[in-house]
Design a protein around this ligand. Structure first.
Ligand SMILES: Cc1cc2nc3c(=O)[nH]c(=O)nc-3n(C[C@H](O)[C@H](O)[C@H](O)COP(=O)(O)OP(=O)(O)OC[C@H]3O[C@@H](n4cnc5c(N)ncnc54)[C@H](O)[C@@H]3O)c2cc1C
Length: 479
């Protein structure tokens, strides 16, 4: 087999694809591979900054360990000794009716699996708790019809679980609207739990029993199936080390940064990627790992049908605001990983991670680092403010909650425009329509956060899979 492949977009999806293509060139399965990135640096949303002894992640700060792809890639790249889990205690709080309430221990997949902590929790009233426990007898929908995350949780657990759990904890990951996001596209495991077990609570209890059978009491190391790391892990010195290590592992890929692709055309037997500079690159296969709206612009001339389908995926803008303080100026013990803001609290910020309590070595001695998020589907007004005013708005909200008395030692705003894809109801159909439309231009592929999962492990999986699809296409074309 031979041929050439261009990957457009050097975020984690494009890097994972390039990593797989590098191996293919090295094994003479592919003639050339090129990676084009518009920005001066690779990594896309993975950006780590270091300021005054603070380590700031502008975008993602960690990856899920229960989806193995990110952890595996770190190991393959020789980064295993730099992978760190979160610090204990791992409590998460919900800001509800102005009070920071801890999530009850034993809450799994939105449902309480331990009775006492749930009954003692101040997050829900007695009636709301009764409604949630009543989930056990709510009859399941078995028709498999797509529904919104909000509709599903309201139906099974009641409205309080939507406002105080599903909206901030689940939809919050997408900066999305809980009543617009598709259950099947965002949390298909919840739909499966209902269809297989009839009830989320029943499914969670059975899962726990299975785990206990696998790991009898005392077997703490294996308790969470993640080598003791917990649900989330990161790299000790910053996630940009993952980007740098992948980049160093691409000797057979022509990597070009500061190289924005403008359009793609068909020229005789190959595709041509025209760069904004006027230069171009020809290839048999094109993999676009840019956000869907950027892929639409690239493909409009070549395949208007695919471009229109790509434009149907909405994106939301967000900002992450890092705030550093002297420890003595923050009265709250910060014993946990931070809080999410329940729906309807009327605040600009949607969550606040206590970074210095979550990760080791991110903060100078006697300091704390917080990260607040602003912007969600349907409410991005605060993002119209300039940086100083946005910091002032968020500070005014956070100060009384955490008893902050002194000025910030550091305040840094990272803005992400049209950054978070919204997997709204109909998303799976929209992705299918994109795939169908692209079947008219064989060898043009898309992958990344806009389509099959927004987390780093999902993006790495998609990057690896799309590289495999490219090689299969070339193999079939040659054969
Ligand atoms: C604030 C924030 C926090 C997050 N936190 C987490 C987290 O903790 N854990 C987690 O797993 N996920 C998190 N995510 C989600 C995750 O970071 C992203 O979904 C993922 O990094 C997206 O990777 P990607 O490669 O698909 O896209 P991107 O990172 O967006 O990469 C696309 C690349 O394409 C380039 N590009 C665009 N147009 C062109 C063009 N015309 N020519 C050439 N290049 C182009 C862009 O410059 C960019 O580098 C977070 C996201 C944000 C914004």
């Amino acid at each position: 087999m031979s041929g050439s492949c261009v990957v457009i977009g050097g975020g984690i999806t494009g890097l994972a694809a390039a990593h797989a293509l590098n191996a293919a060139v090295s094994a003479s399965l592919l003639d050339t591979a090129t990676l084009l990135e518009a920005a001066p640096q690779l990594g896309g949303k993975i950006v780590t900054e270091r300021m005054g002894g603070f380590v700031l992640e502008a975008g993602p700060d960690s990856f899920l360990t229960i989806k193995p792809e990110a952890l595996e890639l770190c190991r393959t790249l020789g980064l295993a000794d730099q992978v760190v889990g979160t610090l204990a205690p791992r409590h998460v709080f919900v800001l509800s009716r102005g009070v920071l309430e801890p999530l009850p221990d034993g809450l799994a997949a939105l449902v309480p699996t331990r009775l006492l902590p749930f009954l003692r929790s101040g997050l829900f009233s007695v009636w709301e708790k009764a409604r949630m426990v009543g989930e056990l007898v709510v009859s399941p929908h078995r028709d498999g019809a797509e529904e919104s995350l909000g509709e599903f949780v309201r139906r099974r657990l009641g409205p309080a679980a939507v406002d105080r759990l599903a909206a901030p904890l689940l939809a919050g990951i997408y900066a999305g609207d809980v009543d617009r996001l598709s259950l099947q596209a965002t949390f298909p495991q919840l739909a499966e739990m209902e269809s297989h077990h009839g009830s989320l609570m029943m499914a969670a209890v059975r899962q726990q029993l299975r785990r206990r059978r696998r790991h009898p009491p005392g077997d703490h190391a294996a308790e969470d199936d993640t080598d003791g790391l917990g649900m989330f892990a990161t790299l000790r010195d910053g996630l940009d080390h993952l980007v740098n290590r992948i980049t160093d592992s691409l000797p057979h890929v022509g990597v070009r940064t500061g190289a924005p692709a403008r359009i793609i055309t068909r020229e005789e037997n190959q595709y041509r990627v025209h760069l904004a500079t006027g230069a171009y690159v020809d290839a048999d296969v094109i993999i676009a790992t840019t956000p869907a709206h950027a892929a639409a612009r690239l493909l409009r001339g070549l395949t208007p049908a695919a471009a229109s389908a790509l434009e149907q995926i909405p994106y939301v803008s967000t900002a992450a605001i890092a705030l550093g303080f002297a420890r003595a100026d923050v009265a709250h013990p910060l014993a946990g990983h931070g809080y999410v803001v329940a729906r309807g609290e009327g605040l600009a910020h949607t969550a606040c991670t206590w970074t210095s309590s979550k990760w080791p070595l991110r903060t100078p001695a006697n300091c704390v680092l917080l990260r607040c998020y602003v912007g969600r589907a349907g409410d991005t007004r605060a993002l119209d403010e300039d940086d100083d005013s946005l910091v002032a708005t968020v500070l005014a909200e956070v100060r009384p909650l955490l008893g902050i008395t002194g000025p910030p030692l550091l305040a840094r705003v990272h803005r992400w425009e049209d950054a978070m894809p919204q997997y709204e109801v109909g998303h799976l159909g929209r992705v299918e329509a994109i795939t169908d439309a692209l079947s008219q231009t064989p060898g043009v592929l898309v992958a990344g956060a806009g389509y099959g999962g927004i987390g780093l492990p999902d993006c790495i999986r998609q990057g690896t899979e799309v590289a495999g699809a490219a090689l299969r296409y070339l193999g079939a074309a040659a054969g």
